[in-house]
Design a protein around this ligand. Structure first.
Ligand code: ADP
Length: 362
């Protein structure tokens, strides 16, 4: 047949991989092309075994080959597209290939078993707290289904900018920040699923032009969806921090989040108990939700306990008004609590081994 491998490669070279922005041939994803009579089989390598891109690539490949075959007046009976996965974690790949974020020393994901426990508040507090200690910090709002950073960081005043195809992070409150919430209408982000969500997250994760950073804190969507999997595949993670509230009923969800990161081969750096207790103006501490539940759970799971963050109405006000630095002015007990969690994280992240086991989820 006239449809030689070169023709087929040319046809496949028109298909763009939304993750890398390159065509699938240049991106090295076309692993094999075989022709047997008028049947063609193509092998494509994806970053994850269950990538939501499979259906889309299959359709595009079939279309591209049929278009080329009719141009060359060649008959093609069957086109078989098979997918393989590069199941090495991003840490493994970085050893011999390009690190997508070479400027960033440590990447720390912040996750939670369910929404509303204060995951974004803790992610912001960690980012700002580390920056107050003199570290260079970036905050990536990876909660693509419900980004809260535009509000929490007061980004409505900022304009989105890009340079040479890269998104430029916002420079606010002493940190760099990026969120999907500034790139699309907030109510549209909520309905994204599958390939669009995956590719939006990949672009945010790999195509933001961060400065030199000591820490990149990534706020993940709540629960155990596929964004953490994408993250573990895309970026070399130092580890994950799990946020929970003290109640016993909240602990099952937190446990699930811990197990998910462990399955992904991402070290769990520790647990933060949010809304741990209330500090009144007279400095008296009130136990509201059962202070200590998170610490007990951490001990039971053999995890580091990074500390508790009190509940205080001024934290909610600071978040709603986009002024996270105000949290450090609430009272001394609270600012000490924020700083203690940051210090513990720095110590644990320092000890975390950079090399991780290969991804075990297929
Ligand atoms: P999640 O990211 O887990 O969904 P958020 O960080 O968005 O949760 O927090 C949910 C709400 O609770 C927000 O209004 C936030 O300001 C508030 N909140 C979170 N932690 C605290 C706290 N320690 N004290 C007071 N309000 C808090």
């Amino acid at each position: 047949m006239a449809l030689q491998s070169a023709n087929l490669r040319k046809a496949l070279g028109k298909i763009i991989d939304p993750d890398s922005g390159k065509d699938i041939v240049t991106a090295g994803m076309v692993k094999d092309i075989k022709t047997a009579g008028d049947a063609i089989s193509i092998e494509i390598e994806l970053a994850a075994a269950d990538s939501p891109m499979q259906t889309r690539f299959s359709e595009q490949i079939e279309q591209a080959i049929r278009a080329t075959s009719s141009e060359c007046k060649e008959i093609v009976s069957t086109i078989e597209v098979t997918f393989t996965a590069d199941t090495r974690s991003a840490n493994e790949r970085v050893k011999d290939e390009t690190n997508p974020l070479p400027n960033v020393k440590k990447i720390i994901a912040v996750g939670a078993g369910k929404g509303g426990v204060g995951k974004s508040t803790v992610a912001t507090t960690l980012a700002i707290g580390l920056a107050r200690q003199g570290h260079k910090v970036g905050l990536l709002d990876g909660d693509i289904y419900g980004p809260s950073m535009p509000t929490m960081l007061g980004l409505y005043r900022e304009e989105s900018k890009s340079e040479e195809g890269f998104l430029l992070p916002f420079k606010v409150h002493g940190i760099e920040a990026m969120t999907i919430g500034k790139l699309v209408e907030p109510d549209r982000a909520l309905i994204w699923r599958g390939p669009r969500a995956h590719s939006a997250f990949s672009q945010l994760a790999t195509q933001t032009k961060w400065g030199e950073l000591d820490y990149l804190i990534v706020d993940l969507p709540p629960g155990t969806g596929d964004v953490p999997l994408s993250l573990a595949q895309l970026l070399p993670l130092t580890g994950a921090v799990i946020v929970c509230t003290p109640q016993v009923v909240a602990q099952d969800d937190a446990r699930r989040a811990v197990r998910m990161f462990q399955q992904l081969g991402v070290p769990v750096l520790g647990l933060v108990e949010n809304m741990s207790y209330f500090v009144a103006d007279d400095s008296k501490e009130y136990d509201i939700f059962g202070r200590g539940g998170g610490e007990q759970m951490a001990a039971a799971m053999n995890l580091e306990y990074l500390g508790g963050i009190p509940i205080h109405p001024d934290m909610r006000i600071a978040a709603d008004s986009g002024e996270p630095l105000r949290n450090w002015a609430i009272n001394e007990t609270m600012s000490n609590a924020f700083d203690a969690v940051c210090n513990n994280l720095v110590a644990t992240a320092q000890n975390a081994t950079p090399d991780r086991p290969t991804l075990t989820v297929s």
